[in-house]
Design a protein around this ligand. Structure first.
Ligand code: TMO
Length: 324
C-alpha cells in the first residue's frame, strides 16, 4: 500500500485494526516473541516426565517449545544467560545453596514451591537392619561400614551417591565414617544397583528421595543423620564435629520449586503465569516416576498418560485470560 493509499483510511480505522491484531495475537496464545521456550531435561524420571507434561501444556497454549538435556550443574549458567529457560524441579536437599545464589544474583526467578514436600537422603532396604543393627541412626554405620564394601572401595564400604548431591566426601569425613562415596552416572544407574542388591539381599546404602517410585515398591528407610541446619554447611564449629562442616543430614521437609530465566515473564507472560500456577502434591511426582520406572512406559507416553488421567489437576494452570 502506497503512502497516499494509507492516508485514505481514517486514523480510527487504522487504530481499530491495530487493536484487533493485538487481541488476536493474545487470544491465539502467540505472544511477544515466537521464539521457542527451551525446557531443561535433567536426569531423574519425575523431572523428565513433568518437563514433557509442561511442554504439552505450553504447546496447547500456542507456544513452541524445545527440550535440552542438561545436567543440574550446567543448568544454572545456561538459565542465567537466557540460553535455556525453565527447570521444573529444583529440590532443596541438593540445590538450595546454588539456587539461592542465582536468585539473589537476579539471573533466575523463583516461580514458587509446589505443595509437595521432599527429602533427599541416604537410604537402605529394610533387611540391612539385620546386617547393621542400630539403623536408621547414622551412628550404626560407624560399626558396620565394611559390610557395604565393593572391590572398588574395600576395605571401606561404598556409599552409592547420585550425581546431584552436595559434597558427600565432606559429610563422610565430618562424621568419621569408613565409607567412600561413588557416584552413579544418573538416576537409572542407582536403581539397577539397588535391584541387584535386593535380589541377593546384599547390604547397600544409596542415595534416594521422596516423592519417588521406590517407596511404593521396596520397603526401606532413610538414614537419620543429625538434623539439618544451614549453619551446618558453612560453620565448622556447628554440630558434632567442631572441625568440619557438613556434619548433618539434608532437610526432612524440603521444598520443591520451579525456576526460570528472568526474561521468561516479559517474553512469554502467559507461560510465566501458567508455570507459577502449576502445583502438584507428593502423589503426583511419585506417580510420574512410577509410570516409567515401574510401568515401563516411555517418558513421552508417561507424560501423555498423566495428562489424560489428570485433566482436572492441570486444566486451570493456564490463566483464563490466555485461553484460546
Ligand atoms: C534431585 N533429586 C531428586 C534427584 O535428588
Amino acid at each position: 500500500m502506497s503512502k497516499a493509499g494509507f492516508r485514505k483510511h481514517p486514523v480510527w480505522i487504522v487504530l481499530v485494526l491495530v487493536m484487533l491484531c493485538e487481541s488476536q495475537t493474545l487470544a491465539s496464545g502467540l505472544l511477544e516473541t515466537d521464539e521457542p521456550i527451551k525446557l531443561i531435561l535433567n536426569d531423574w524420571t519425575s523431572q523428565i516426565v513433568l518437563t514433557k507434561v509442561v511442554g504439552h501444556i505450553l504447546e496447547d497454549m500456542g507456544y513452541e517449545v524445545a527440550y535440552a538435556d542438561v545436567k543440574v550443574d550446567e543448568q544454572w549458567g545456561a538459565m542465567v544467560r537466557g540460553i535455556l529457560h525453565v527447570q521444573v524441579e529444583v529440590w532443596e536437599g541438593t540445590m538450595s545453596q546454588v539456587f539461592g545464589r542465582m536468585v539473589s544474583g537476579g539471573g533466575i526467578v523463583d516461580l514458587g514451591s509446589y505443595s509437595a514436600t521432599t527429602r533427599e537422603e541416604w537410604w537402605y532396604p529394610s533387611y540391612v537392619e539385620e546386617q547393621c543393627p542400630g539403623l536408621p541412626d547414622w551412628r550404626a554405620l560407624k560399626a558396620c561400614a565394611d559390610i557395604f564394601a565393593v572391590p572398588e572401595t574395600a576395605p571401606r564400604g561404598r556409599y552409592l551417591a547420585g550425581p546431584w548431591e552436595k559434597p558427600d566426601a565432606a559429610r563422610i569425613r565430618a562424621l568419621g565414617l569408613e565409607l567412600t562415596a561413588i557416584a552413579a552416572k544418573d538416576g537409572n544407574a542407582l536403581w539397577v544397583e539397588l535391584e541387584k542388591a535386593i535380589k541377593e539381599k546384599r547390604p547397600i546404602v544409596l542415595f534416594n528421595w521422596t516423592p519417588n517410585w521406590v517407596e511404593a515398591v521396596y520397603d526401606g528407610k532413610f538414614i537419620e543423620f543429625p538434623d539439618y541446619h544451614p549453619d551446618c554447611e558453612t560453620k565448622p564449629e556447628w554440630g558434632v564435629n567442631p572441625e568440619f562442616a557438613y556434619d548433618c543430614g539434608n532437610p526432612k521437609n524440603g521444598w520443591l520449586k520451579k525456576a526460570a530465566w528472568k526474561g521468561v515473564e516479559s517474553n512469554w507472560p502467559c507461560a510465566f503465569q501458567m508455570l507459577k500456577n502449576m502445583d502438584l502434591d507428593n502423589a503426583h511426582f511419585a506417580r510420574m516416576a512410577a509410570l516409567v520406572d515401574v510401568d515401563r512406559l516411555s517418558y513421552d507416553a508417561a507424560a501423555e498418560k498423566w495428562l489424560s488421567d489428570n485433566r482436572n489437576t492441570w486444566s486451570n494452570w493456564p490463566p483464563e485470560s490466555c485461553k484460546k
